[in-house]
Design a binder for this molecule. Structure first.
Ligand code: GTP
Length: 596
């Protein structure tokens, strides 16, 4: 039976046709009929459709009869973006093969390379697939060549398909069966299964996706999550085809789901190992790690009123997305809100968008920052998620920031522009390779903070949209960083503190101080705006005191006009935040945050 199982995933750059191909495979194998095919099936989050990015991995089983033999083909859907790298690696660990899908016109892109390397590291058998051969401007021969240069695949091995018309998809099914090895494993051994995904169902609780490596898991059985240390009874198990189909057992080699009355997704850890309850459990599978949040920002309701609404909305989100975290935060400037941690920039955007879609709270977001490591004078290492927690300069022995390795694929005409950009962003070049006559891949190590700032947008704009960027963490490195503060009449405005390179502090300090000055209304007294590193002031601007008596307008007018004016003032007040004795409008903060 295990000999007829094939577990595989599709790795592709965004928009190269992964979802369309998955649909065609379901159709080709008779899993879903054409009529049911109205909607694309694998991405079911509303937002995914909006953004066109597969966020969460899913698994679908296809039963396909060739001759007299029935095969079980498990397609494990992997997220395509770097922010979800850990989930990608767990999904890959459940497969024996991968379809490496490349658009016949676009060619190899940065994410294709990153994910293909990851698949090779997991020893997966790679089936190169060139999609969209129906396009009139398709250039499959050149693309096969590019794949050979960048990924080492043999052009003769490439399966050419059109996921749109279905051309070549039958040959692809044959390739999946013939080229991808069957899983190994012993159904009679002690249960050992890998958790590679989970999602939340309002009625059933957590649904845990597993790949059984060894042994058999049965309905009603007591199982144990080895890393979490929790024991549960399996209430239901089965496979997705693509709707949920309950079964009595899943054996070594199979992929499916478990439902165990788990009420919170926080209790299911991706990468965890499922085994039997009791003393004779199997060893945990390797490669487990907790999701690392690399990007943080503060989220505040814009008028300070909807704090509990925002908390409810965040809690709802976290139920479905355990890699997102939040904790209450109080800011002098912005009131009560939350500090939120994300896997990366895209993850942050997705969460914000979901918040906006699913609740109608007006949000203020502080500038995103990365996680820093600081070694203080006592030799302790502290991890810092927000700039205002960075200790004073006198207490810092070493200031370390995360570095990422960026692969950037660009048309050769733009190499110069991209190199200049990466150097400006303190990148260190690691490699440069030509993928073909027209395209090259540049590899740089760049501080994550610089990438977070705006690198992706800048690469897009200096390559007319043709450049693609992908990155992975390489670790922390010491750098000459400092905390840059802003003070209004001597009071530090916490939400505006940033971490930056010492060499940039003067320039950025001046720019933000200027902006702040232009956004603060005049008061009855002079308002000093300062930028400072520790106790050293590096820029100062002054908002002069008010000269004209504006209330004069009120006198002599009729009563309704006065009332209106008072009412207007009251409304204005709500949106004002006090820093010491200076009132600053919310709008001013937002303008400054976008500058910072
Ligand atoms: P993400 O979910 O964003 O990662 O994208 P994806 O890789 O799943 O791509 P998707 O299947 O959504 O396809 C992207 C676009 O390419 C869609 O507009 C498809 O209709 C189109 N497309 C996919 N396959 C083909 C093909 O074989 N030929 C043509 N002409 N278009 C295709």
């Amino acid at each position: 039976m295990i000999k007829q199982i094939r577990n595989f995933c599709i790795i592709a750059h965004i928009d190269h046709g992964k979802s369309t191909l998955a649909d065609r495979l379901l159709e080709e194998t008779g899993t879903v009929s054409l009529r049911q095919m109205k909607e694309q099936l694998l991405d079911d989050l509303e937002l995914e459709r909006q953004r066109g990015i597969t966020i969460k991995a899913r698994a679908v089983v296809m039963r396909f009869k060739r001759g007299n033999v029935e095969y079980e083909l498990n397609l494990i859907d992997t997220p395509g973006h770097v922010d979800f790298q850990y989930e990608v690696s767990r999904s890959l660990a459940c497969c024996e093969g991968a379809l490496l899908l490349v658009d016949a016109f676009q060619g190899v892109e940065a994410q294709t390379v990153a994910n293909a390397y990851a698949a090779m590291e997991h020893d997966l058998h790679i089936v190169p697939v060139i999609n969209k051969i129906d396009l009139t401007h398709a250039r499959p021969d050149e693309v096969a060549e590019e794949m050979m240069h960048s990924l080492g695949t043999d052009p003769d091995d490439c399966v050419r398909v059109s996921a749109k018309t279905g051309q070549g998809v039958d040959a692809l099914v044959d390739a999946i069966i013939d080229r991808i090895p069957a899983p190994t494993g012993d159904p009679d051994a002690v249960l050992q299964a890998m958790v590679f995904d989970s999602n939340y169902d309002d009625y059933r609780g957590a649904i845990t996706y597993v790949r059984v490596m060894q042994g058999t898991v049965r309905k009603g059985q007591k199982i144990r999550f080895l890393r979490a240390g929790t024991t549960h009874e399996v209430v239901e198990l089965g496979q997705f085809a693509p709707q949920r189909v309950a079964r009595d057992e899943l054996v070594a080699g199979q992929v499916g789901y478990l439902i165990c009355n788990i009420k919170s997704l926080g209790d299911v850890h991706i990468g965890d190992t499922v085994s039997i309850a009791g003393d004779n459990a199997a060893a945990p599978l390797p490669g487990y790690s907790r999701p690392k949040r690399m990007v943080y920002c503060g989220l505040f309701p814009s008028d300070g009123q909807n704090f509990s609404d925002l908390r409810d909305a965040l809690e709802r989100l976290a139920v479905n997305d355990p890699s997102f975290e939040f904790e209450p935060e109080t800011s002098d400037a912005l009131g009560f809100g939350f500090r939120c941690g994300f896997l990366g920039l895209l993850h942050m955007e997705i969460v914000q968008q979901r918040l906006e879609n699913e609740s109608d709270i007006d949000l203020v977001q502080t500038a995103p920052n990365v996680t820093y490591e600081i070694i203080n004078k006592r030799g302790e290492t502290i991890t810092v998620h927000k700039p205002q927690d960075v200790p004073d300069p006198g207490d810092i022995e070493e200031f370390r920031q995360p570095i990422v390795r960026c692969n950037i694929i660009v048309p050769t005409d733009y190499i110069g522009a991209v190199m200049k950009l990466c150097q400006e962003r303190r990148g260190i070049q690691k490699a440069q390779e030509y993928l073909g006559a027209q395209r090259a891949m540049l590899t740089y190590d760049i501080p994550l903070a610089e990438v977070v700032y705006d690198l992706h947008d800048k690469i897009k704009s200096c390559t007319r949209g043709y450049g693609t960027l992908d990155y992975e963490m390489v670790g922390y490195e010491a750098a000459d960083l400092c905390r840059l503060d802003f003070l209004v009449n001597g009071n530090r405005v916490d939400a505006l503190s940033i971490v930056c390179n010492r060499a940039d502090a003067d320039r950025r300090g001046r720019a933000v101080a200027k902006k702040l000055k232009s956004e603060i209304d005049r008061h009855m007294f002079e308002v000093a705006v300062q930028a400072a590193v520790g106790s050293r002031v590096i820029a100062r601007e002054t908002v002069p005191a008010m000269r004209k008596n504006v209330t004069a307008k009120c006198y002599g007018g009729d009563i309704t006009r006065k009332r209106k004016l008072l009412q207007k003032q009251k409304e204005g007040k709500k949106r004002m935040k006090a820093v010491g004795n200076v009132e600053i409008s919310q709008k001013a903060f937002m303008a400054v945050l976008s500058e910072a």
